[in-house]
Design a protein around this ligand. Structure first.
Ligand code: ZN
Length: 215
């Protein structure tokens, strides 16, 4: 059996939005072998949020020092949130009906994490920051959940795309290309695979037509 886990440092960030990149922490949502997981432990969740710039080093240290059972429960909640977000964004990318249950899941996380949001005065006016002092490990769900809500309410949801199913991907991304023509999550992986497939198919066509050619 092959190891279904993936290394977080190898993860590509192609979503163009934190909440989409968060859903892309499963190697593939579609295809023959979906499910290979980047977030295997709560520590991976902390690393991902640090890399995304969503939490500071101090918060990561405090969360990481919480009791193991609380961290395990928080990871489970974080993966459940990811499932709900995937459902919502998949519906938007494929113009399908959005499941109210998925939105209510997100609503519930928004309410649960609201206590650590804080409006603060800054040079640029007022900004909303996260104050995680004394927060339990599941508070880490806040930044992604609130980012997702902002994207859903104010973002360019008509630009949300899903890397074509059938190729073992299903990653999400915002298509910011001028003519809205981006198809693949990444030209390094899926786009390249498609190119190789097309090249092979063409070569086989040429070979087949060569055989049929009269001598
Ligand atoms: Zn892809």
């Amino acid at each position: 059996m092959t190891d279904p886990s993936r290394k977080l440092e190898d993860l590509e960030w192609v979503g163009g939005h934190p909440s989409l990149d968060y859903v892309n922490t499963v190697h593939a949502w579609t295809g023959d072998t979906p499910g290979a997981e980047y977030l295997l432990a709560y520590a991976d969740l902390l690393d991902w949020h640090r890399t995304a710039g969503l939490i500071g080093a101090g918060s990561a240290r405090a969360f990481g020092a919480a009791p193991a059972a609380d961290r395990a429960a928080a990871l489970e909640s974080a993966l459940a949130l990811r499932g709900a977000l995937r459902s919502i964004f998949h519906s938007l990318a494929t113009a399908g009906p959005i499941r109210q249950a998925a939105l209510d899941h997100l609503n519930e996380v928004l309410q649960r994490t609201a206590p650590w949001r804080r409006l603060e005065a800054s040079d640029a006016g007022v900004r909303c920051r996260w104050d995680f002092a004394g927060a339990p490990p599941e508070a880490i769900l806040g930044p992604v959940a609130w980012n997702a809500a902002e994207l859903l309410e104010h973002g360019k949801v008509d630009r949300i795309r899903e890397c074509p199913p059938g190729d073992g991907c299903g990653w999400l991304f915002l298509d910011s290309s001028k003519n809205r023509s981006r198809t693949w999550c990444s030209m390094k992986t899926c786009g390249n695979t498609a190119k190789v497939k097309r090249f092979r198919a063409r070569r086989e066509d040429v070979a087949a037509s060569g055989k049929r050619r009269p001598r």
